[in-house]
Every structure is written in C-alpha cells, then in structure tokens.
Design a protein around this ligand. Structure first.
Ligand code: ATP
Ligand code: ATP
Ligand code: CA
Length: 221
C-alpha cells in the first residue's frame, strides 16, 4: 500500500452507505461499492470506482474481494444486524485497519464495540445532535462530540466578534473554552496567541464543555 492512494470500501448501498459512496467518489477517492443486491450494484457502478455484488457474511467472499488491504471499510448494513456483526467480525479478523460501522441500536453498538469496530456511527442520532447545534446558531459550522460532556465546535466569526482579540473577548475566563486554531482564508493559525485579532469570516475551532460552548455561541455570535 505504500505510496498508493487511500482505498475505501463501502458495504451496503442503502441511503447511508450510498451517500458515503457518492461523496467519496465525488471527492475523487477510490471507492469500492459492495452490496448483495444486484440492482443497487448496477446503479452504483456509475458512482464508484468499482461496484461488486457480494454477500459479505461469507469469509471466502471477503477474502476473494481483496478487502484486507483497503484503508477504510464502512459497513452500512442496517436492518440485518446479524449480517452487520458477522461482516465486521470477519473484516477485523482478516486485519482491516479501519472498520467503521453503522449501528442500529445500543445493543448492536455494544456488540460492535466488543468485536473491535474502530468507529460506530448512529446517523440519525449524530445528525440530530448537529442539527440541534445548527438551530442554536447559524454560525456553528461543525460540531463533534468528544465525550458525553465535551465537544469540538467550529464557528464562523460574526461582525460582533470581528476586530476583538482573544483577550478582549476573554473566552477562556468567561466561557472556559479554548480556541485551538483559526482558519483564515486558506491559512490555518494553530494555537493562536491571546493578542490575535479575530477577523470577520474567521473560522474558530474551539474545545470545551457542551454547555459552555452553547453559552459562547448564544452570547458572542
Ligand atoms: P439506510 O437506512 O441507510 O437506507 P438501512 O439501515 O435500511 O439503510 P438496509 O437497507 O437494511 O439498511 O441495508 C443496506 C444495504 O445492505 C442493502 O442494500 C442490503 O442489500 C445490503 N446488505 C444487507 N446484508 C448484506 C450482506 N450480507 N452483504 C452485502 N450487502 C448486504
Ligand atoms: P488563563 O489563566 O485564563 O488561561 P492566561 O494567564 O494564560 O489566562 P493569556 O494566555 O494571556 O493569559 O490569555 C488571557 C486571556 O485571553 C485568557 O484568560 C483567555 O480568556 C483569553 N485567551 C487567550 N488565548 C485564548 C485561546 N486560545 N482561547 C480562548 N481564550 C483565550
Ligand atoms: Ca432503514
């Protein structure tokens, strides 16, 4: 794999897996689309680098696909929880480095955790969290849960913040949040100094408690 492109495989081409596949393909990534359903595979041959019909609960089939060497495999099998678990188990057993799996419920989540899934996604729940944040502020660009309590938030600086330094806004003292980086045009300013003047349109990457981040976005944006 050294020096070659990052390779992705998506198993299950429902709404979630299908969206992941299309987006990766649109971003110019190498993506293998897999589903047991022939019609879906035919449809996705236009939105993937390769599309294959396969039942991934069969170890011999997975081995034959050469998936072992893929950098990321996304398991997006939904309703058939048993198939999702078995597929994940086989992928981890043959040594796939990053296996990201869509979970249906908490029981499914726990099993996936136990068998070594590297990331477990709850699309509806995760999206719900994000939408709630967007509702609180139009200026919140991204929001990632780090723990139950803490998050990373990306916000777009408004004219209200523009022209002030970090010290003047006194973000850490007043909101117990830290600005870890600022995107300005195409430039990334890492660990900005207290005297950094915020400009309108700056994207501030902040870390803190969810409640503190909410306070900040309500008061300062
Ligand atoms: P979404 O909500 O994202 O639309 P879903 O959660 O309803 O999807 P399903 O439709 O149950 O998920 O599964 C997604 C896809 O996974 C289906 O197209 C299905 O054919 C495929 N799939 C299910 N089991 C297997 C399997 N063992 N091997 C390969 N593909 C499978
Ligand atoms: P503190 O004890 O609050 O961490 P400090 O003694 O380190 O402050 P400075 O680093 O000079 O003092 O910063 C003064 C104030 O400016 C901080 O209390 C904080 O409110 C704000 N500040 C500076 N840098 C940042 C940052 N990266 N993110 C958030 N706030 C900052
Ligand atoms: Ca569904």
């Amino acid at each position: 794999m050294m020096g070659s492109k990052v390779q992705y495989a998506v198993i299950g081409l429902g709404r979630f897996g299908g969206a992941v596949t299309r987006e990766l393909f649109n971003m110019g990534r190498e993506v293998l689309a897999i589903d047991a359903n022939e019609d879906l595979v035919r449809e996705y041959s236009a939105y993937s680098t390769h599309a294959m019909i396969a039942n991934t609960t069969d170890e011999a089939t997975i081995k034959a696909l050469g998936i072992k060497n893929f950098n990321y495999v996304i398991v997006a099998i939904g309703d058939d929880i048993q198939a999702s678990i078995l597929t994940t188990l086989i992928l981890k057993e043959i040594g796939v480095e990053n296996v990201w799996v869509k979970a249906q419920n908490e029981y499914h989540h726990k099993v996936l955790e136990k068998i070594g899934a590297d990331r477990i996604i709850h699309p509806e729940k995760d999206m719900g969290t994000r939408i709630a944040q967007h509702l609180v502020s139009q200026h919140v660009i991204d929001y990632i849960s780090l723990t139950e309590e803490h998050s990373m938030m990306e916000i777009k600086a408004t004219d209200k913040l523009a022209g002030k330094t970090l010290v003047e806004v006194n973000i850490r003292q007043r909101y117990r949040c830290t600005v870890v980086a600022i995107w300005r045009n195409a430039e990334l300013i890492m660990t900005p100094l207290p005297g950094e003047v915020i400009q309108e349109g700056d994207i501030l990457m902040m870390i803190g408690k969810k409640s503190d981040l909410t306070q900040f976005s309500e008061k300062e944006l």
